[in-house]
Design a protein around this ligand. Structure first.
Ligand code: SF4
Length: 356
């Protein structure tokens, strides 16, 4: 049927956008369903009586593109000097490999197939033991193995640094955002989003390298780097050594979940972005609210309100949630006020709350 074919084509073109949306909160079943079925979150929000507020402004997109283009201009000179200043690369590092598509500001790569092929060739070259490597690589494109998110999942990693350490190759993933870096006052939602994204890159790169059989030869750093901007300027501000262990585990769980959902639920007639049945299914799905939701999901006001009603510590952020786990915020406050602990766990928590 021509109409179904068109929808399928649209879904195929849109894969990256859907995948990236999913990657911002990979453990939320509603978000997963939305990504797998190509159901737009703004349509779901409208159906829930909310006013969608996302959708990228053309000015923000233009600024993001300008920032990225400036970083990679002249063999990534500006980015390289910022990376060297933060010791992400050694002084005097050399070599820039530009794997960006032409449509994304690159100069050589004409198609997705070419980008995939050049990325694989780059990884195989690195694994072959050569030591004269390009230390900055823009936009390598990897295909996520195992066929998650139909029809295929491609991921473009913003930037990868390459170091030769003790004879071995070590890669570090980097996420580029035009968010202003305000040191300890950087917006926690923006930070959480950037870290989650970098965690997905890291896990996806590990999977891709494993599937190519190159894991012995190439090491992926458990730490990533974030490239933000200096407030009010387009100069890069690097946040080095971001521990991505937790985010990568989260991404791994999300990948598994995405695969299960993709295998069990995608049918031939499920390609419409505003199919009311699918919109309803997204609205009825379980959720897993986190601060990252505030940066992309039009259902965030609803899920935040639910978290408030549930007395869930996630409303104070992932760090507080990690400490309190399933305990309600009210119970934590009672313990802080000196309530009698009901068990050893509460007693431990009360002690650590008092200490901190
Ligand atoms: S706002 Fe709600 S539906 Fe959207 S990703 Fe977060 S938890 Fe899931």
């Amino acid at each position: 049927m021509p109409e179904v074919d068109e929808l399928r084509q649209e879904a195929r073109r849109n894969t990256r956008g859907r995948f990236e949306q999913w990657a911002k909160n990979p453990t939320c079943p509603a978000n997963t369903l939305s990504a797998v079925h190509n159901v737009r979150l703004d349509a779901a929000a409208r159906a829930a009586g909310l006013t969608p507020s996302f959708g990228q402004s053309p000015f923000a997109i233009a600024r993001g593109n300008r920032f990225e283009a400036g970083l990679f201009h002249d063999d990534a000179a500006r980015l390289r000097s910022a990376l060297e200043r933060k010791r992400c690369l050694p002084d005097g590092s050399t070599g820039f490999l530009d794997l960006r598509l032409r449509m994304n500001g690159g100069t050589k790569i004409k198609s997705v197939d070419e980008a995939l092929q050049k990325t694989e060739a780059w990884l195989r070259d690195l694994a072959s033991g050569q030591t004269d490597v390009d230390s900055v690589v823009a936009a390598p494109m990897i295909r996520i193995p195992k066929g998650v998110i139909l029809p295929e999942a491609l991921l473009i990693i913003d930037v990868v640094t390459v170091r030769v350490d003790g004879g071995g190759i070590r890669l570090q993933v980097g996420e580029i955002k035009v968010f202003p870096d305000r040191g300890g006052h950087t917006d926690p939602h923006q930070l959480a989003t950037a870290r989650a994204q970098a965690g997905v890159y890291q896990h996806a790169l590990v999977l891709a390298i494993d599937s190519l059989g190159l894991a012995e030869a190439i090491e992926i750093s458990p730490e990533g780097l974030l490239v933000f901007t200096w407030p009010g300027s387009n100069s890069p501000a690097i946040r080095p050594n971001e521990d991505l262990t937790y985010q990568a585990i989260r991404a791994e769980r999300g990948f598994q979940r995405l695969e299960e959902v993709a295998e069990s639920l995608v049918h031939d007639d499920d390609w419409s972005a505003d199919n009311p049945t699918l919109v309803q299914r997204v609205l009825e799905s379980d959720t897993d609210y986190s601060e990252a939701c505030l940066s992309f999901c039009d259902l965030a006001p609803r899920c935040h309100e639910r978290a408030v009603l549930a007395d869930d510590p996630i409303i104070l952020g992932a760090d507080v949630k990690r400490v309190l786990g399933d305990m309600t915020l009210s119970r934590a406050l009672e313990l802080l006020d000196g309530a009698e602990p009901a068990d050893d766990r509460e007693a431990d928590l009360q002690r650590s709350l008092a200490e901190s």
